[in-house]
Design a protein around this ligand. Structure first.
Ligand code: SAM
Length: 271
């Protein structure tokens, strides 16, 4: 048996086995893991493994991850702060939040826990990753507040011009009237870390322009979670002149991890 991970909050080794392991309602799909010791963790993920309790404080209750998800998951404290800000800044008539790239559920769970939304819609195109999000939401006791969609968010939301189905039209109408869209898209791999100023229009596979232009077809309230060095001039330029944007940096241990661009019609952040 290998070492258990240190609990980042208490600073103590976890000598005891987890006390409250969640019993999954579905079998673990291929590509999904719940690593219990560092010996099981692929070498390139081991630095993330040490941050595990900061990612999900309930990790030991049986959190599921894919190996890709370790790189992009939003850490719990950041996800909770974003959820609090989005709740504060959203216009009063909005009751649905759409997490367009829900991953393993970091932000989706925080939005559901915030108690602000009548419904959280969570979209993910990778089936194994979506299975993790559903399972993790059960661990946090919020699965019944979330509607899950498996597929491409641009298609599901009818965000692209062109022909759509009746279901898409209905969802688009609901999202347009009552919804806001939160997006934490892939950032195109770790290369963004080397940039002093990150060119958001080189982001892969979706550029900032593509994301914003698509989502604003659905609702005027869009939040995008982007690298902390994102080029703010590019972001400002993509908005039409009458709209303003608010940029909020989210920090852990005194340094920015990422920023959110609140695009379109938002209340001013006070807290
Ligand atoms: C950075 S991760 C999101 C992390 C998430 N916020 C979390 O805390 O777990 C981006 C996710 O978007 C998914 N994705 C990429 N393109 C997509 C698309 N067109 N529609 C829906 N999901 C997509 C990827 O499979 C990946 O899981």
């Amino acid at each position: 048996m290998g070492r258990k991970r240190k609990n980042a909050d208490s600073g103590e080794d976890q000598a005891e086995p987890p006390t409250k392991n969640h019993i999954p309602s579905t079998p673990m799909p291929e590509g999904v893991h719940h690593y219990e010791t560092i010996d099981e963790v692929p070498w390139d993920l081991q630095k993330y493994w040490h941050q595990g309790y900061s990612i999900f404080s309930k990790y030991d209750e049986g959190i599921w991850m894919t190996d890709d998800a370790w790189f992009g998951v939003t850490h719990e404290s950041v996800a909770n702060t974003i959820a609090q800000h989005v709740a504060e800044m959203a216009p009063p008539n909005k009751s649905i939040i759409i997490d367009a790239f829900c991953g393993v559920g970091g932000n989706t769970i925080a939005f559901a826990l915030s108690g602000k939304w009548k419904r959280v819609y969570a979209i993910e195109k990778d089936a194994a990753t979506l299975a993790c999000a559903k399972h993790n939401a059960e661990i946090y006791g919020v699965a019944d507040r979330i509607t899950w969609f498996h597929g491409d968010c641009f298609e599901i939301l009818g965000a692209m011009d062109g022909r759509t189905s009746k279901t898409v039209d209905a969802l688009k109408a609901i999202a347009g009237q009552f919804g806001i869209i939160f997006g934490s898209p892939p950032w195109g791999g770790p290369s963004y870390r080397n940039a002093d100023i990150f060119d958001v229009d080189s982001m892969e596979p979706y550029t900032f322009k593509h994301l914003y232009e698509s989502f604003k077809n659905v609702t005027p309230n869009v939040v995008l979670y982007l690298p902390r060095t994102s080029d703010l001039r590019q972001i400002a330029k993509a908005l039409d002149g009458t709209k303003k944007t608010q940029i909020v940096h989210y920090c852990t241990r005194g340094s920015s991890r990422a920023l959110c661009a609140y695009l379109g019609e938002w209340e001013t952040l006070k807290s």
